[in-house]
Each structure stands twice: as C-alpha cells, then as structure tokens.
Design a protein around this ligand. Structure first.
Ligand code: DAT
Ligand code: MG
Length: 151
C-alpha cells in the first residue's frame, strides 16, 4: 500500500536543538512523501489522548509536562511500509540501545529526551493522525515527473 501513512513528531528537545531540517531530510531521502506538516505547542489534554496507553506509567506526568513545554513539529509521511520503516529509522525508545545510524542513535542519549515520535502500528498511526490533523490539513499531490505534459 503506497498510501500508508504515519505520524512523525519532532519533540520539543529536537526543535530546540535545531534537528527539524535533518529529520525531514532523512524521510525525504528515504523516498517518503510529506502530506501534512505543522508546528504547535501541544496541550496536556491533546498529549493525554496521544499517550493514553501510557497513563499508568510512573514517567507519564513528566512525559506530558515535557511534551507540552515547547513547540513540536508534527508531520504525516506517506509511502510503502512507512510505519515500520520509520520505526526502524527512528531507532529504539531508549537511546542507549538505539543503533548508530538511527535518528535516536545519532541525536540523543536519554529516554526522556529522545528527539522524535513515530507511530508504532498502522492502527496507531490512523488514530494519531486523526488526533493531530484535520482532514483538510492533509494534502494529496503527485510528483512533477509523473506527468510530463508541460504547458
Ligand atoms: P516510543 O516513543 O519509542 O514509541 P513508547 O511509546 O513506549 O516509546 O513511550 C513513549 C515515550 O515515553 C518515549 O518516546 C519516551 C517516554 N518514555 C518511555 N519509556 C520511558 C521511561 N522508562 N522513562 C522515561 N520516559 C520514557
Ligand atoms: Mg510509542
């Protein structure tokens, strides 16, 4: 399914450390298509829905506080197996276990400041995309090399 979509977010530490461009570059060069992009400071209410599965974890209150502490850049990327591929690109949740070459393995050293979010399943991705984006904020577009009938 070349129309598979996933939600990627540059977390507040990733924005503050100026990694937005490098992160977008990795998804572009891998061949995925950007269909939604915005910067916002997320409310704890939105984040509690985003991270609802983690609400019983001891780190959950700190996670929400940190994720709402500054702007994030949220994106929807589209392409074949984009959910699984982006999890591989992002690397292990704990940067100490993230391989070099992954985003977390190259840019982070602590689990509470691991730079980026990526949906972990196709169902999760659909839920998260609906939570963060309105339908009209997601754009369908084709590459200029798809139709060479130039005016
Ligand atoms: P991932 O972000 O890799 O999908 P997750 O969904 O299990 O990982 O957890 C969401 C975020 O919560 C994670 O990116 C960072 C934070 N987190 C997870 N485990 C943690 C821990 N043991 N201590 C502190 N923060 C943690
Ligand atoms: Mg997760």
């Amino acid at each position: 399914d070349v129309k598979e979509r996933t939600l990627i977010a540059v977390k507040p530490d990733g924005v503050q450390r100026r990694f937005i461009g490098q992160i977008i570059q990795r998804f572009e060069q891998r061949g995925f298509k950007l269909v939604g992009l915005k910067m916002l400071q997320a409310s704890e209410d939105l984040l509690s829905q985003h991270y609802s599965e983690l609400r019983t974890k001891p780190f959950y209150p700190r996670l929400l506080k940190y994720m709402s502490s500054g702007p994030v850049v949220v994106m929807v990327w589209e392409g074949h197996k984009v959910v699984q591929t982006s999890r591989t690109m992002v690397g292990h949740t704990n940067p100490a276990e993230a391989l070099a070459g992954t985003i977390r393995g190259d840019f982070s050293f602590h689990v509470s400041r691991n730079v980026i979010h990526a949906s972990d399943s196709e169902e999760g991705a659909q839920r998260e995309i609906q939570l963060w984006f309105k339908g009209r904020e997601l754009l369908n577009w084709d590459c200029c090399d798809q139709s060479l009938t130039l005016a």
